[in-house]
Design a protein around this ligand. Structure first.
Ligand code: 5GP
Length: 239
């Protein structure tokens, strides 16, 4: 029998990747690690990998069913999922529905203001530079991506935001912002990658406005409180 554990590919801050016997598919393993501030603060958080694997699978399954091309194929076990192998752009794309976090600091605008037309932002994924905010021209100048690909990603990102915003809203959750990553598959198609979970978006309880995401970690809440919050999200959407 094929044992993927002998086929380790690489390890990131919160995930491990394994090869499979299909060159176009990989296994993604979700670790119990939580990081923030571009990796400046890192700690282990028991059960987080299991919860995020499930949350992300539910959202990617939803996106697949809405016709969005994603890397997600299926869940394999409580920590692992089978995904299409992609060549990732070294970029992060953030879509904002409410002003918060770096946008508020950068522009000196109060947090919490509703944005009528969701804003699409680009960040250069680079740990040494701490993922700086860039524009389309920088990304093309750096030879990471073409203008045409950026236009496609901008359009898909807004569509994804619309789908997830509605999905969460129906579960009594507000989607404040979310971070997306994309890559290209072996057919050179643009495909959504990475994960969508409380680690990668800001979500608030619609009624209480309680934060249900990694901001709990950024604010220094206890491990128990953070994991209970992530579990609360899974329970709300897993219905
Ligand atoms: P901000 O730019 O306000 O710090 O973050 C905007 C959104 O993108 C938030 O939901 C935040 O969690 C997410 N985000 C930004 N950078 C990263 C990153 O490097 N890793 C992860 N997991 N999420 C990020």
């Amino acid at each position: 029998m094929y044992n993927y554990k002998n086929n380790f590919l690489l390890e990131g801050k919160t995930k491990k990747l394994y090869k499979t016997d299909n060159i176009n598919e990989i296994i993604i393993h979700y670790k119990d690690i939580i990081t923030s501030f571009d990796g400046d603060k890192t700690q282990s958080l028991n059960q987080k990998g299991i919860i995020n694997n499930q949350i992300s699978a539910i959202i990617f399954h939803l996106l697949n069913s809405c016709g969005i091309k994603t890397h997600f194929i299926r869940i394999i076990n409580n920590r692992e999922q089978l995904c299409h192998k992609l060549d990732l752009f070294t970029l992060e794309f953030v879509i904002r529905n409410i002003v918060f976090g770096s946008m508020s600091k950068r522009l000196g605008i109060k947090e919490g203001i509703y944005i009528q037309n969701p804003i699409f932002e680009i960040f250069y994924k680079n740990d040494i530079l701490k993922d700086p905010f860039i524009n389309h021209h920088h990304a093309v100048f750096l030879k990471i991506i073409s203008y045409e690909e950026l236009n496609i990603i901008n359009k898909i990102s807004l569509e994804i935001n619309k789908i997830i915003k509605k999905f969460f809203f129906d579960k009594n959750i507000i989607l404040v912002d979310l971070k997306l990553e994309f890559g290209k598959n072996h057919k050179k198609e643009i495909v959504l990658a990475d994960e969508i979970s409380p680690d990668t978006c800001r979500i608030w309880d619609k009624t209480t406005k309680q934060k249900l995401d990694k901001d709990c970690f950024r604010k220094g809440y206890s491990n128990e409180k953070i994991i209970n919050t992530y579990m609360k999200v899974l329970n709300k959407i897993d219905k």
